[in-house]
Write a protein that binds this ligand. Structure first.
Ligand SMILES: [Zn+2]
Length: 295
């Protein structure tokens, strides 16, 4: 039947069916466009990500970390980490006083530098500071700065015991725990800016790093996961052994911390370094492992 022979109603019905088919086709077309748009978006995002990796050097894509024995996805370059560490140090000095006891400062530096020489991480300079505060605490920041409080130092009698605290903190540095926490917490556009700043002037690197120093500060004082603590202990035992310190110092220091945790006011280090009994057992096993491996 010829369309021209159809009645007006029939023509309308035919047109309705036609437009309904047309609508469906349009719908499929829209869906397809949306799908293509999503594909394009994913492609652009991945291009951006790979572009950033290219800028930072392909070697940083899944670089093998000898400290952890794993390939790791660290996209913040060491130079940015060091600038962050410098900014955080300035912030720390605004709120804390460094010790002026030369004997204490030199002792910590001497022990710290001996341990730093055997660290798996050698792409920045380690620096050691004593904060004058009656608190049982020690921590590390991005960029290789390690801080120990005079309150904790007063509880430690031997170089081996001090080495235990510093070696544990160097372990956090070598395993890049702080920067991994930072990388996991900040937005990709900030990380992108930090990476892109490598091709700009050092002033721009400083500006971007300083923008993020507040975020890093809070991350520095946030607790590490249990896995990170065990890893820092394991590395600490190894560094103490390689730097020729008595490994018994690690056990003694953990016992000092355990003793201090019995008071009512639980010190910060015990809140951020909990489960001391488990750690003591793990450290004893690691001491045996290290001796078996190297002797
Ligand atoms: Zn720790």
């Amino acid at each position: 039947m010829n369309v021209s022979e159809l009645t007006k109603d029939q023509r309308l019905k035919t047109n309705d069916r036609g437009s309904s088919i047309k609508d469906k086709r349009q719908g499929v077309k829209d869906c397809f466009s949306l799908f293509r748009f999503h594909l394009l978006k994913i492609f652009c995002l991945w291009s951006l990500v790979f572009g950033l990796f290219f800028l930072t050097g392909c070697a940083s894509l899944g670089t093998y970390n000898t400290a952890t024995g794993r390939r790791e996805f660290i996209i913040i370059p060491t130079s940015s980490e060091v600038v962050m560490g410098q900014d955080i140090h300035r912030d720390i000095l605004k709120e804390n006083e460094l010790s002026n006891r030369q004997d204490q400062i030199e002792r910590v530096r001497r022990v710290g530098q001996r341990l730093a020489q055997v660290s798996d991480r050698q792409d920045y300079q380690y620096r050691f500071f004593v904060i004058e505060k009656n608190e049982i605490n020690a921590f590390t920041t991005p960029g290789g700065n390690v801080y120990i409080y005079s309150g904790l130092l007063d509880k430690l009698k031997t170089d081996d015991q001090i080495a235990a605290v510093l070696a544990h903190e160097i372990g956090h540095c070598a395993a890049r725990h702080t920067i991994k926490k930072f990388q996991a917490a900040v937005s990709y556009d900030l990380i992108g800016n930090i990476i892109l700043s490598q091709v700009e002037t050092s002033d721009q690197i400083k500006r971007i790093a300083s923008l993020s120093s507040g975020a890093v500060m809070s991350l520095v004082f946030s607790a590490y996961g249990r896995k990170d603590e065990y890893e820092a202990d394991r590395l600490g035992v190894r560094y103490m052994y390689l730097a020729d310190y008595d490994l018994q110092g690690m056990i003694e220091t953990l016992q000092v911390l355990k003793q201090e945790s019995k008071g009512e006011d639980v010190p910060l280090i015990l809140r951020t370094h909990p489960y001391l009994n488990d750690r003591l057992e793990a450290v004893k096993k690691e001491i045996d492992n290290v001796k078996t491996r190297y002797e």
